[in-house]
Ligand binder design. Structure first.
Ligand code: NIG
Length: 409
């Protein structure tokens, strides 16, 4: 795959100079735009970070930079709408114990909280930045990032601040677990989350989230957290129905949350509530893989008409992976989604879960986020599991990862 840079970028109408990239010689372009659909033998022109044109054939468009896709398939960058990217420590032993039969429980969050509290802010920022680079290598061009491993005012504040340097979709998750020091007074902890902690974190966050689950927060506590967040101007997200049946999904739908995430254990009433709402059911199959839980019933949700997203849930306890391709393979192989449905769930679905119209597709005016696959079609992401098929990642019109580093084919 060849990359070339040209001096003297194109000018348009004598106005301000626009920085431009053309991705040319694309064998198959999957735009995820309902009007543009799939196009063969085209080039995509990105100007000032935004898709400006899709042109047929060998492109004669002038541009500052050219990326020759060599006939490969290009898809929109993956939108990872659920991550816990800012943390320290590792829970490999917990994973090994689980594979030997131990159950997964919410309490493991406390182990990562201890490691995260012990790390300096500089360490946390460096770890999260390295994970963002790893995300690019996996074709992820946009990340939602949650706090949730500080669980005190300053700890949560610094995680939200660190996350805000990496994304504009930061989620305040002080209600991830009741920390040890508040175990005797969980409602007192909820007061803290809804008061001082929310005030400290809201300036860095767009969203508030709560882990509504046995062992974490009950429905009344979750409602209080979400209502306080809404009052502070934040959008709502919920972790729900991950480890058992519960009220998370219905609460999310009732309060108009953008997304309810996990959705592993759903009653008919939950599916009906999702199908009748705009709340996205965000499925996190790498979590169910890593915790030996059943997979969510994606077919039931899709067939009922619910909005579905797929995300990685990167975190050291229940899903220590950033591979969206792995998540897609599970979504298709084990959750019975078609390849097209799974790809949509990881692109437009993720964007909808974050209420973003500029991401997840390559229509004109979308952010110039794309993945060049070392494959003729997206099917290969699933058909060749475990293979790294991300040849290059483009974020806002910049090549942020390339396997070929300027070499020709
Ligand atoms: O989404 N469910 C809650 N939070 C994370 C788990 C975090 C952990 O185990 O450290 C999740 O799976």
């Amino acid at each position: 795959m060849r990359r070339t840079r040209t001096r003297g970028p194109a000018r348009r109408g004598g106005g301000a100079r626009k920085r431009s990239l053309v991705i040319e010689n694309i064998g198959l372009l999957v735009t995820q735009d309902p009007e543009l659909g799939e196009r063969r033998d085209v080039a995509v022109v990105v100007e000032d970070g935004v898709v400006a044109a899709i042109v047929d054939g060998a492109s004669g468009v002038a541009a500052d930079e050219r990326l020759d896709a060599g006939g490969r398939c290009v898809v929109p960058g993956f939108v990872d709408s659920h991550t816990h990217l800012v943390f320290a420590g590792d829970r490999g032993e917990e994973f090994a114990a689980r594979m030997a039969g131990a159950p997964y429980a919410a309490g493991g969050i406390g182990v990562t909280t201890a490691a995260t509290r012990a790390a300096s802010t500089e360490e946390l920022v460096a770890l999260a930045q390295a994970r963002k680079v790893e995300a690019w290598r996996c074709g992820i061009t946009h990340l939602e990032i949650k706090s949730g491993y500080g669980l005190d005012v300053e700890g949560e504040r610094r995680l939200c601040e660190a996350a805000s340097a990496l994304t504009d979709d930061v989620t305040f998750l002080g209600a991830h677990l009741v920390p040890k020091e508040w175990e005797q007074d969980p409602d007192g902890y909820v007061d803290l989350v809804c008061g001082e902690m929310l005030a400290a974190c809201a300036p860095f966050a767009k969203w508030i989230d709560v882990f509504c689950e046995e062992g974490a927060f009950d429905a009344d506590q979750s409602r209080r957290v979400l209502e306080a967040g809404r009052e502070a101007g934040l959008g709502l997200r919920v972790h729900g129905n991950q480890l058992g049946y519960g009220e998370g999904v219905r609460l999310a739908c009732e309060l108009g949350a953008a997304s309810v995430d996990h959705c592993t254990y759903l009653t008919d009433a939950d599916v009906e509530a999702l199908a009748g709402s705009d709340t996205v059911a965000t499925l996190l199959p790498a979590t169910d893989f890593s915790t030996r839980q059943p997979y969510p019933d994606a077919r039931r949700l899709l067939d009922a008409g619910a909005h579905v997203a797929v995300a990685t849930n990167t975190n050291p306890g229940s899903s220590y992976t950033q591979s969206m391709a792995f998540c897609l393979a599970l979504a298709v192989r084990d959750m019975h989604m078609t390849v097209d449905e799974a790809l949509a769930a990881a692109t437009t679905g993720g964007a909808k879960a974050l209420q973003r119209t500029d991401l997840g597709h390559l229509g004109i005016g979308a952010r110039g986020d794309a993945v060049v696959l070392d494959a003729p079609s997206p099917t290969h992401l699933v058909y060749r599991p475990g293979m790294d098929l991300v040849a290059a990642t483009i974020s806002g019109g910049e090549v942020v990862h390339s396997r070929y580093q300027g070499e020709g084919l």
